[in-house]
Design a protein around this ligand. Structure first.
Ligand code: NAP
Ligand code: F7E
Length: 365
């Protein structure tokens, strides 16, 4: 392996891409990231990094092989972190073909871009695999040997990527690995994922800017960790002495209802729950108002309801600490950040206000 560390991150504008960029820049890497042209050129999560000497952005798209081949040839990366994806499970039911192109064939395009540039012996590849592979789970908790049962177009696309990574490792001796990451959240999480939707709404309701939050399946169980801790693991996986796949999780499970209860508590609202199923309501104990209600709009055609990771291998082999940030600390960080953002009501806040209104009315999933 060459000495100079050059990382290429696909999906650098995403939650994980932004934290990973910070992490690698601190380690002295030259960091290159892919961006897409969009009608609004506002890259909120990485704006603070633009202009940093070792940080470079390039246009490329997971659906465009040539853009990836040319970029890999130009950058000559020693490590690729393939994070780019249509990452929303519910959206994958509305746009299954696009999801397959980006999340499945996109992985193949990255692998082939490395081979086309003859970098298979010098460039390691990290693939953003997912606990969604376990889907309609066949055992709890889930580890590296648990059988997969993908249960959405997103998960099925990601399964293709997982197997391609394994195939290229065995067929061509490439150092390519999957991190099977369980849900990880942060103050930078997209606003339509359930945790961020809850913390943003809790902050808005606490500050009188929203009346009610509409959610789907409150019983769904997730193993939620902090994204900042998880990007360290992506790097550790590529520093391991051989290419292997790892489950990354906290080993602790909570329901959506528990997340909401704690988030509202940190926002200063004590909730009590009444009713069942679609009639369940979260009531503000202080004034008797309904602040959380269930809407079938947020139910999925098939939902993954019992994710719980066993991070023993990552702990043992990578020396990673799955409990660096606890569930309670994670919720507190997210609520504190959204309380500030909602109070500040700056330009981006106005955009958030509109989105939150759509979310409240159930227009955007
Ligand atoms: P995210 O915030 O949704 O970011 C996704 C990134 O992919 C964005 O930079 C997005 O660019 C980019 N992207 C989407 N379509 C693209 C395309 N056609 N070409 C190029 N780039 C494209 O996701 P995340 O939470 O950071 O997750 C990172 C990766 O880990 C994803 O692959 C996700 O599926 C996977 N994963 C996430 C979790 C989790 O809990 N967060 C768990 C397991 C696995 P724009 O900004 O231009 O949209
Ligand atoms: O849903 C339930 C929903 O959209 C979590 C992605 O990063 O993690 C993420 O996928 C659970 C589901 O994340 C609402 O039905 C209830 O059971 O926050 P989510 P996800 O589907 O787990 C995995 C590991 C990834 O790989 C993905 O890229 O919460 N839920 N009510 C809701 N979910 C949403 N979004 N909105 C609701 O109102």
């Amino acid at each position: 392996m060459v000495d100079k560390k050059i990382a290429l991150i696909t999906g650098v504008t995403g939650q994980d891409g932004s934290y990973l960029s910070e992490f690698l820049l601190e380690k002295g890497y030259e960091v290159h990231g892919t961006i897409r042209r969009s009608s609004v050129d506002y890259r909120e999560r990485i704006a603070h990094l633009e202009g940093t000497p070792n940080f470079h952005l390039h246009y490329a798209d997971m659906g465009d092989s040539m853009s990836l081949v040319k970029l890999v040839g130009k950058v000559q990366p020693t490590e690729i972190y393939n994070l780019a994806a249509q990452s929303h499970v519910q959206v994958s039911f509305d746009a299954p073909e696009f999801t397959a192109d980006v999340d499945a064939v996109g992985v193949l395009r990255v692998l082939e871009a490395v081979r086309t540039n003859h970098l298979e012996k010098t460039c390691k590849i990290y693939q953003a695999s997912t606990s969604e592979l376990y889907g309609k789970v066949e055992e709890v908790p889930q580890n590296e040997n648990t059988p997969f049962h993908p249960y959405s177009p997103y998960a099925i696309a990601k399964l293709y990527g997982y197997w391609m990574i394994k195939e290229y490792r065995e067929a061509y001796g490439m150092f390519c690995c999957s991190g099977i990451l369980f849900n990880h959240e942060s103050e930078r999480r997209g606003e339509t994922f359930v945790t961020r939707k809850i913390t943003l709404a809790a902050a808005r309701i606490a500050q009188g800017k929203q009346d009610c939050l509409y959610l789907g399946n409150l019983d769904s169980l997730r193993d939620w960790g902090y994204a900042k801790d998880y990007v360290e693991c992506m790097w550790l996986i590529l520093q391991y002495d051989r290419p292997e796949d790892f489950v990354i999780a906290t080993g602790v499970q909570h329901t959506v209802r528990e997340f909401a209860t704690l988030a509202f508590q940190y926002a200063g609202i004590e909730l009590k729950w009444e009713g069942e199923g679609v009639d369940e309501r979260g009531i503000n104990v202080a004034n008797g108002k309904v602040v959380v209600a269930v809407s079938e709009d947020f139910y999925r055609p098939t939902d993954v309801v019992n994710l719980w990771g066993d991070p023993s291998k990552a702990k043992r082999e990578l020396g990673w600490n799955p409990q660096k940030t606890t569930f309670e600390e994670l919720v507190k960080i997210m609520v504190a950040s959204d309380m500030q953002k909602v109070a500040a009501d700056h330009v981006a806040g106005v955009m958030r206000t509109n989105l939150a209104e759509y979310l409240e009315k159930g227009v955007v999933k």
